[in-house]
Ligand binder design. Structure first.
Ligand SMILES: Nc1ncnc2c1ncn2[C@@H]1O[C@H](COP(=O)(O)OP(=O)(O)OP(=O)(O)O)[C@@H](O)[C@H]1O
Length: 316
């Protein structure tokens, strides 16, 4: 199911109040993971709440599969969502929490074991939720979102609180859900994570749309990202790659075997080299600059600027 936002607007505090979502129009298609990015306070959660009918737009509208979420006859089996601060009865076990949800939504009990397993919670299924770590709580929220086997999945900051293994698990899970043809919209304020998970990006700042593009195009347009290639046949590779929109240089301070290639991604460089039998010792996409592209894009719309000049690092 396609998610559509048409001129979606949310203003808090009446006419003189603050517009936190400002005339947003975008489409989220099935079959790919779409990352919903923006700095803190950009309006991501508010937008997601409007998509899910939990907040009423001041103007515009949001539809999932052509209709407002609230008008779906069995929402949990069509749209699965994880929003921040999901209330779970602390005295319940994970198993009971999911079973209660399944029973009240006409979902077969067999799904409970399936999603516990999918979320890596089988071993702690009989533990009370109040003893859960932040990461386990996130996993339970994701298990609940997937309980109804929904065609559309909307997750707000799902990697919050997850350890590196959990982050990798989310990344793999979201990609496989998209490969199954589902619509997956996932918010984050971390470009580096989204670059590894999403194919498509909707970027907002101060409630406004800043970019609606593919990760590949954002990298290309940023111009800053490149692929580091190390080959003993640097001259031959260079000759093979020479076309109008590919930019190659030999960076100072690197060995003569090193090229920095802009305008072509690593798999394509690898294929071209392989077709001519050129050995490659290294082929590394440099995505650090993607974080820079995101900061450049959102710089003017960062709500909470650091008081001091930020260092080169990115706040996690
Ligand atoms: N109920 C509310 N009343 C007034 N202002 C609100 C309300 N909810 C959110 N806001 C404001 O709307 C803006 C956007 O908040 P929102 O939580 O949607 O941003 P976000 O992009 O999800 O941020 P984060 O990455 O920090 O979670 C913020 O400035 C916030 O203070």
């Amino acid at each position: 199911m396609t998610i559509r936002a048409h001129g979606l607007t949310k203003r808090y505090g009446g006419k003189t109040g603050k517009t936190v979502v400002d005339d947003l129009t975008f489409t989220v298609e099935p079959g790919t993971v779409t990352g919903f990015l923006g700095p803190n306070g950009a309006g991501k959660s508010t937008t997601m709440r409007m998509l899910l009918g939990m907040d009423t737009p001041t103007a515009g509208r949001a539809t999932i599969g052509g209709r407002a979420y609230a008008t779906h006859p069995a929402p949990l089996t069509e749209v699965g969502a994880l929003l921040e601060a999901k209330a779970v009865h602390p005295g319940r076990t994970a198993f009971h929490h999911l079973t209660a949800l399944a029973l009240t939504h006409g979902i077969p009990r067999s799904r409970v074991e399936h999603v516990l397993d999918l979320a890596g919670l089988t071993e702690v299924a009989d533990k009370r939720v109040k003893g859960f770590s932040l990461g386990m709580g996130q996993r339970l929220g994701i298990a609940a979102a997937l309980l109804g086997d929904p065609a559309t999945i909307i997750l707000d900051e799902p990697v919050n609180g997850l350890d590196p293994e959990g982050v990798l698990w989310i990344r793999t899970l979201l990609k496989s859900l998209a490969q199954q043809g589902r619509t997956v919209l996932v918010s984050s304020h971390l470009m580096s994570e989204m670059a590894l998970t999403a194919e498509h990006l909707v970027v907002i700042g101060r409630g406004r749309l800043l970019a609606d593009t593919t990760v590949t195009d954002l990298v290309r347009e940023s111009g800053a990202a490149y692929v580091k290639v190390v080959t003993p046949e640097a001259d031959r590779l260079r000759a093979l790659l020479t076309t109008a929109d590919i930019d190659i240089d030999r960076p100072a301070g690197e060995t003569p075997d090193t090229l920095h290639v802009r305008g072509l991604d690593a798999p394509d460089i690898g294929r071209i080299a392989a077709a001519s039998g050129l050995p490659l010792f290294e082929l590394t996409p440099r995505t650090a600059s993607l974080e820079q592209a995101f900061m450049d894009l959102t710089h003017d719309s960062v709500e909470y600027q650091a008081a001091t000049k930020p260092s080169a690092g990115v706040a996690a």
